[in-house]
Design a protein around this ligand. Structure first.
Ligand code: MG
Length: 161
């Protein structure tokens, strides 16, 4: 087993919703980003890349490349999973903590889990998504953006797995 950690922050901007864990969530704001701004999936990508000692998401999908403008971050995650597969590695377990004052995320957590389990090709029982606030403190508490921490375990691929 190998372990990796990912962290990402995106600021809110004008808009009517955000995409988090591949789930479109109506909100009073959007997310400022080059891609679709799925800060959760970005943190998961970085955790997986970290576990495989493959650098970080910016190395593979730089902001400066127009190819990634508005891209569905699930496509980025799929590419990260493929990078692992190419090295005979695969995701084994993931734990995610979303830190946001708003919007309320609990109604969406199970769908995020399903998306992650599907994209990582791991059972739901090995995927966890949880959300917390900062009790109004700091930039998250002021509603300026969303932060996500992710921890991933990866393991060698065996047989046809
Ligand atoms: Mg990001």
């Amino acid at each position: 087993m190998r372990i990796g950690h990912g962290f990402d922050v995106h600021a809110f901007t004008d808009g009517d919703g955000i995409v988090l864990g591949g789930v479109r969530i109506p909100h009073t704001h959007g997310i400022k980003a080059h891609s679709d701004g799925d800060v959760l999936l970005h943190a998961v990508c970085d955790a997986l890349l970290g576990a495989a000692a493959l650098g970080d998401i910016g190395k593979y999908f730089p902001d400066s490349d127009p190819a990634w403008r508005g891209v569905d971050s699930r496509k980025l995650l799929a590419q990260v999973v493929k990078l692992l597969h190419d090295r005979q590695l695969r995701p084994a377990q993931i734990d995610v903590t979303v830190i946001a004052q708003t919007p309320k995320l609990s109604p969406h957590v199970e769908l995020m889990r399903s998306n992650l389990a599907h994209d990582l090709e791991v059972p739901r029982e090995f995927v966890n998504v949880k959300a917390t606030t900062t009790e109004g403190l700091g930039y998250i508490g002021r509603g300026e953006g969303i932060a996500v921490h992710a921890v991933a375990l990866i393991e060698p691929r065996t047989g046809n797995g």
